[in-house]
Design a protein around this ligand. Structure first.
Ligand code: SAM
Length: 196
């Protein structure tokens, strides 16, 4: 009943590190087709299906169309790096803020490994700029990257902005794949207000 096999990656991370809890606000970057968002909706209790637990919030953003998902607010056909998208995100989020940033984003692969790696690293770096505006201090970020020569740039930025950064190679990823995830915890920066 999940929309995509990539769901096993998020389940693997969350079963081990418990980054999604009832009541948390989550942005899922690169949502389509929506399997990660399905997990996020369940685990933060976004539909209120557990009446005894706090109710969370899930926002999904993707370049592509995403079929409606109960419990999630969706921003389809939106580029996360576009300042207009960032503005919309802030408008839609409760109090403009999230506790968790998830990113399973991937640019269209050219097949040229170096180039694909470079593009994805820079996509992740742009998320850190977004984080300055929307991520609560203490918050968490999980992001996919393809390992290569520029990974250290992203890792360095993450280590500046978060107290703890782990590199994850998941069982659920294909063995020969360069796919990795950074799990960054305890965001250190105070949110920058729009007026600054
Ligand atoms: N986690 C998803 C799931 O479980 O259904 C699968 C995500 S898929 C591997 C990667 C997605 O990232 C694609 O749908 C792609 O359109 C999206 N994407 C890539 N670049 C993006 C960008 N700049 N802004 C928003 N979404 C982007």
């Amino acid at each position: 009943h999940y929309r995509c096999r990539s769901v096993y990656k998020l389940l693997e991370v969350d079963d081990k590190y418990h980054i999604l809890c009832p009541g948390l606000r989550v942005i899922d970057c690169g949502t389509a087709p929506g399997a990660w968002a399905q997990v996020a909706v369940q685990r933060v209790n976004a539909t209120g299906s557990d009446p005894d637990a706090p109710i969370g919030f899930v926002l999904g953003v993707d370049l592509l169309h995403v079929f409606p998902l109960e419990g999630a607010v969706l921003l389809p056909r939106a580029d996360i790096t576009d300042p207009m998208t960032q503005k919309k995100i802030q408008e839609v989020l409760p109090k403009g803020m999230v506790d968790v940033i998830l990113s399973d984003m991937a640019p269209n692969a050219t097949g040229i490994r170096q180039l694909d790696h470079h593009k994805l690293i820079h996509l992740c770096l742009s998320l850190l700029d977004l984080a300055q505006h929307i991520l609560e201090p203490g918050g968490t970020m999980l992001c996919k990257y393809w390992d290569g020569g520029e990974s250290h740039l992203l890792q360095k930025r993450l280590m500046q902005d978060f107290q703890e950064v782990k590199t994850l190679k998941l069982q659920a990823s294909r063995k020969e794949s360069a796919e990795r995830y950074y799990l960054a915890k305890s965001y250190k920066r105070a949110a920058r207000r729009a007026s600054e």
